[in-house]
Structure formats: structure tokens, C-alpha cells
Design a binder for this molecule. Structure first.
Ligand SMILES: [Zn+2]
Length: 146
């Protein structure tokens, strides 16, 4: 479906839709994870064949973290439906959701854990949640642990 004319310069920028890198919520989360003593890579495709890069990747633990924008990923609390070009937007945002689910399914099938963090989440709380996953998955792999 072709992109209809934008209703404003701001809308146009959103419609062009380049996902921004190193957004403020991403940086805050990375800082919190670092402070928690975790090491990771950023902006990596965890799997061959998965098109979208994860924002934060823990290779050995196989945890892929995505910081999802409230608008682009239709956060239940802050999702907004643009009124101009409503149908086009509805389809585009639906495709985003479908793609997220598809990516998650591929990761799970390959033994990865996808973790989604909303951009509105407290980075410290999110970092805690991620840390627990990473530590649990590291421990499980160590022979003779516990
Ligand atoms: Zn939100």
C-alpha cells in the first residue's frame, strides 16, 4: 500500500518511519544494565534470518531485548491512532505487531528468549527483569550448578 500524502511535516517524519537508534529509553536501559554488572552487545541481529536487530543482545544467555516505542508498537497505555490517513496507519501499525510476533516466534524456536521493554518503562525496573532472565539462563547452562 503506497504511502499517502502526509498531513504535516511531523506526520511525514513518522510515516517515513526510520526507527531511531540510540533513543533516550535505550540509552537509559543500557546504563542501568551496565550498572547491574551485565555486559552485552547492541544493535545486533540475534539470528540469521531474523531481519530486525535487537537493541540489546546477551549472546551466551540467548536473551534478545527490544525497546519498543509506544507509538510504533502500539503500547496499550499510550498508543495513539493518527486521524489523518487512519487506514494506512492502522495497517502499518498492525504489520509492526505481526512482525514483532513473528520475530519472537523465530527466536523462541531457536532457543532464544525475546524480552520486550516499553519505552515508557522505568529503566531500573526493566534492567532488573532482564538481569533475572540473563542470570537464570546462564545458570541453567552451567553443568553442575546447584
Ligand atoms: Zn507506553
Amino acid at each position: 500500500m503506497a504511502r499517502p500524502p502526509a498531513s504535516s511535516p511531523d506526520a511525514r517524519r513518522r510515516m517515513m518511519g526510520q526507527a531511531r537508534r540510540d533513543t533516550k529509553p535505550e540509552l537509559a536501559l543500557r546504563r542501568a544494565l551496565h550498572a547491574a554488572g551485565l555486559r552485552f552487545r547492541v544493535e545486533r541481529a540475534p539470528l540469521a534470518g531474523v531481519r530486525s536487530r535487537a537493541d540489546i543482545v546477551f549472546g551466551p544467555a540467548r536473551v534478545a531485548v527490544y525497546v519498543d516505542g509506544c507509538f510504533w508498537h502500539s503500547c496499550p497505555e499510550h498508543a495513539t491512532a493518527p486521524r489523518a490517513n487512519a487506514t494506512w496507519w492502522a495497517e502499518k501499525l498492525q504489520r509492526n505487531q505481526d512482525r514483532d510476533r513473528e520475530t519472537d516466534a523465530k527466536l523462541v524456536a531457536a532457543g532464544w528468549l525475546p524480552v520486550h521493554v516499553w519505552e515508557h518503562e522505568d529503566p531500573l525496573v526493566a534492567a532488573d527483569r532482564i538481569r533475572e532472565h540473563v542470570l537464570a539462563r546462564r545458570t541453567r547452562r552451567e553443568p553442575g550448578a546447584q
